[in-house]
Design a protein around this ligand. Sequence first.
Ligand code: NIG
Ligand code: FE
Length: 438
Amino acid sequence: MRLLVHSARQVVQVCDQGQRSLRGADMDRLAVLTAETDSAGLAVAVDSDGRIAAIGTNKTVLAAYPESRFDQVVDATGRVLLPGLVDAHTHPVWSGDRVDEFAMKLAGATYMEVHQAGGGINFTVQRTRAACEADLLEALLPRLHRMLISGTTLAECKSGYGLNTVTEVKQLRVLEAARSHTPVQISSTFCGAHSVPRGKTSSEATNIVINEMVPEIKRLQESGELAVDSIDVFCEKGVFNVDETRRILQAGKEQGWLINFHGEELNPLGSAEMGAELGAAAISHLEHVSEEGMRAMSAAGTVAVLLPTTAYILRLRPPPARQLIEHGVPVALGTDFNPNAYCLSMPLVMHLACVTLGLTMQEALAAATINSAASLGRGDTHGSLEVGKQADMVVLDAPSWKHLIYQFGEASNIISHVIKAGQVVHSRPGAAGPGSQF
Ligand code: NIG
Ligand code: FE
């Protein structure tokens, strides 16, 4: 057996009936085990392939699996155990930060004004095209590490700062190379249609994505050099329209990739309806989604990935999180880490989701675990603590899991351990003893 975590005061399973996502009122009803007394702490046993073998009181788990059988033991006395967080939307491979743009935005410029002035995505594209693979990897790894110490064990990571075949492939190769350097599991998304490159129309760019980029990535995937999970497009007025987006997504779907795209962010275009019709796994942003779009997403089971950092930093109207939940759309969360929204912390995102989108803490945690996993097609293996699932876990040094959201900006100070597939991949210095009493 690989790992035993014992004596926890709380184990947040999130769900315990094998659900692949949570919707509606179920998002507010999490499965949480609480130890009746300190001496009857809770334990999780992980088998040698990194999956959860048992969850229960110390007594029941140790009766089934004696302590001497484990390679590693974590004493979680006074601590809380919860699923590793899943970041459903990031753009982590790039060179060229945009700190000066932040100043422009504070002075009143909108996202599209910055974009049209030669800033925004196209600025980062220039820098990313000029960077070599090694430099991009060197920039990426500390970002992934900061995600990890904030509790993220699975992250969706996009390309999209290349906008030509060679640089899009370069970004996907960097993600591929990162896999052997980081415990953070990467779900990789091809986002060659993240913006229209300079000198091209959106219709020309659409054809390049479909006729050049997709076939080349498919070839590299078939030869085992790349593994791509999803396809993404920035569907927006002045970027790719709904028809162009549909054609690109369809081309990705034909490769077996999941559809997971940016829609309804700055203008209502009906992309939620289009995405639902194509069977999209997820649509991100949705600040301007219509009633009809919500109904279509609910019927198709399309996950809404909400990004509170973006609405916050751009001072946009926040997405209608409550209506999405009322319509039965599974709501997930992502940091949207990118040079515009420089945030790597899912606990901070959960906090923002509660304060600015009106989620309860239960809903925010469901969104950051099981529903984010569902947005990546991994609700069956990730996102909750249940027997048979991958043992991705966070140990929290706090009296209850809610402190992960309540103590905002503090996650890395109160997370004592991060566990990936039953291996302890991060422990905070000084975290070896029993949990501190708050
Ligand atoms: O999700 N909206 C498009 N993409 C990103 C922004 C990327 C950038 O500004 O570099 C987003 O917010
Ligand atoms: Fe994005």
